[in-house]
Write a protein that binds this ligand. Structure first.
Ligand SMILES: Nc1nc2c(ncn2[C@@H]2O[C@H](COP(=O)(O)OP(=O)(O)OP(=O)(O)O)[C@@H](O)[C@H]2O)c(=O)[nH]1
Ligand SMILES: [Mg+2]
Length: 367
């Protein structure tokens, strides 16, 4: 299964490699995966490892330098090509706050996109106790990652842990939570239940989903379906103030005792709680050996809707915005950058400051 899997897990940066390694272990079977970092210490036994940058950084990390990490990943991007045979979808796990997690992820995503492989990114944002510099570095790169990825889920580390945890428990809890979201895609394809999504559908969902958030619950007992809806509705990871929900992906994972009425209860409850207008995809996973008597629900909420472009190609809300901008004669889109072609956009608080304010605010000029 490992060799033919159409999904590749990529861990990027020090913490990203540690989390990806933990996710791989939590899954219980070997996943097709590769780890990469500018720091050689992130290499793990039995995992393919790509040292980013080689001579540029001498294998000791970027020291929080996003620009150096981007150059390092650009230098090494073709090392990924030989890992991509038959890959239809990349799942990238990283932690923002240092240099490599953000910088290298961005360049890897761009390279994958050129090769026609959409990526979903699961990225953690620093603990608040890490201070403003790391938080700021993380914030500075999120919108660029979001733009380069099909889908990007940013999770505040503060929300993944319990305040009574010691550091080791906190990290274990963070890895376990992320693992339940990250592994959903493998489970959907490997152990499909009554309601299936195939690789192409999963790829299409991911290619256009945009910024997202996710939470997972694990429940048991006669009222487990209702309990799952209650817990998801109250999860701080899905808080309503984070942005509009345009599409929903729900995975229900259970053993042989999963009842159709339970699927109905959870699907209806989730749509009532998070938006009937949003497009909705559901997959069930039947895995008696892992979930016997237990039911897990993994819910992903995305902010960019899926729409069909005129040419039949699915485009994200970001993509639709870009198309509208390109159609505008005053557009500052990629073609309109004139002598600033090949210059990176100036992103501040998620906005491209190279685009005039009236365009960013969607103000129509009567000219
Ligand atoms: N879950 C988890 N997060 C961690 C761990 N260590 C650090 N982090 C988080 O990961 C963020 C990025 O740190 P690193 O992964 O060390 O940085 P990097 O991506 O390797 O970047 P550079 O070393 O600066 O090139 C930190 O700001 C923390 O929020 C860990 O062991 N587990
Ligand atoms: Mg590092």
């Amino acid at each position: 299964m490992n060799q033919v899997s159409p999904i590749l897990l990529i861990g990027v940066g020090g913490a990203g490699c540690a989390i990806a390694h933990g996710v791989n272990r939590a899954f219980g079977e070997s996943m097709r995966h590769v780890l990469c970092d500018t720091d050689a210490v992130s290499a793990r036994e039995n995992s393919r490892f790509i040292l980013l940058g080689g001579d540029r950084l001498s294998g000791h990390g970027s020291g929080g330098d996003v620009a150096q990490a981007r150059l390092a990943a650009e230098d090494s991007k073709h090392a990924f090509d030989e890992c991509l045979d038959g890959v239809r979808l990349a799942v990238i796990v990283t932690s923002l706050g240092g240099g490599t997690g953000g910088g290298a992820t961005l360049e890897i995503l761009k390279h994958l996109r050129q090769l026609g492989v959409p990526g979903i990114v699961f990225a953690t944002l620093p603990f608040s106790f890490e201070g403003e510099e790391r938080a700021c570095r993380a914030r500075g790169i999120t919108s660029m990652i979001e733009e380069a990825a099909g889908a990007a889920i940013f999770t505040q580390l503060d929300n993944l842990i319990d305040n009574t945890d010691n550091m080791a428990e906190a990290m274990r809890r963070a890895v376990d939570t992320l693992a339940s979201g990250v592994t959903l895609f493998w489970r959907i394809l490997q152990k499909p239940g009554y309601i299936r999504l195939d690789t192409e559908r999963v790829k299409k969902i991911i290619a256009t989903a945009g910024r997202g958030r996710f939470a997972t619950v694990s429940v048991q007992g006669p009222t487990r379906a209702g309990d799952a809806v209650d817990a998801l509705s109250r999860s701080p990871l899905l808080a309503a103030n984070q942005g509009p929900v345009r599409s929903i992906l729900l995975g229900i994972l259970a053993g042989d005792d999963l009842r159709l009425s339970e699927i109905g209860t959870i699907a209806d409850g989730v749509r009532d709680a998070f938006g009937r207008q949003a497009s909705f995809d559901l997959a069930t996973v039947n895995d008696e050996s892992t979930f016997s008597g237990r039911l897990s629900a993994v819910l992903m909420l995305f902010e960019a809707g899926r729409a069909q472009a005129d040419d039949g190609e699915a485009v994200s809300a970001t993509g639709q915005k870009r198309r509208r901008r390109d159609a505008n004669p005053l557009s500052q889109g990629p073609k309109g950058r004139g002598r600033f072609t090949n210059v990176e956009p100036t992103i501040y608080n998620g906005e491209d400051l190279d685009v005039p304010t009236f365009s960013r605010r969607n103000i129509i000029l009567d000219i």
